[in-house]
Design a protein around this ligand. Structure first.
Ligand SMILES: Nc1nc2c([nH]c(=O)n2[C@H]2C[C@H](O)[C@@H](COP(=O)(O)OP(=O)(O)OP(=O)(O)O)O2)c(=O)[nH]1
Length: 129
């Protein structure tokens, strides 16, 4: 089944949440940066590529967080990986309408895409400082 990967980028006990700018049905909802894995591309390579395209940052990809999530009504499975920033560049919202670094007690202050709920629930142990 085709895969969509997302990066839970963690720094200083916070995770980077990204507000979708489009399409209209999901604009204003929050997600992990990422996207579709291209044919023949590894999941890690797709995460590195998407974080460069969407945020202009280099990431080091770590362990999976949460389980595979089948996306409702679509032929895709979502897989989220922990990640860390490599280098000095700070994320820029090149494709999103806003970015926020959320601590564990702030995770539910934004409306996440519904499929992300189990991932968000699994994050707090990874945000302990
Ligand atoms: N990136 C990302 N997508 C998510 C998350 N949760 C979730 O349901 N999705 C869904 C929303 C979209 O339908 C799909 C990702 O599509 P996308 O449009 O961001 O991916 P892409 O850039 O590779 O797409 P495209 O331009 O090739 O069409 O996965 C998440 O946390 N991160």
């Amino acid at each position: 089944m085709p895969v969509i990967v997302g990066a839970a980028i963690v720094a200083d006990g916070r995770v980077l949440a990204c507000e979708r700018a489009a399409p209209a049905e999901v604009a204003g909802m929050w997600e992990f940066p990422g996207g579709k894995v291209d044919p023949g591309e590894s999941e890690v390579a797709a995460l590195i590529r998407e974080c460069e395209e969407e945020l202009a940052v280099d990431v080091e990809v770590g362990d999976r967080v949460g389980d595979d999530i089948p996306l409702a009504g679509r032929d895709y499975v979502l897989k989220v990986y922990l990640a860390r920033l490599r280098g000095d560049r700070r994320p820029q919202a090149l494709e999103h309408s806003d970015l926020r670094w959320l601590a564990a007690d702030e995770l539910l202050t934004v409306p996440w895409l519904p499929a992300d709920a189990p991932i968000v629930a699994a994050l707090p142990p990874h945000l302990a400082v």
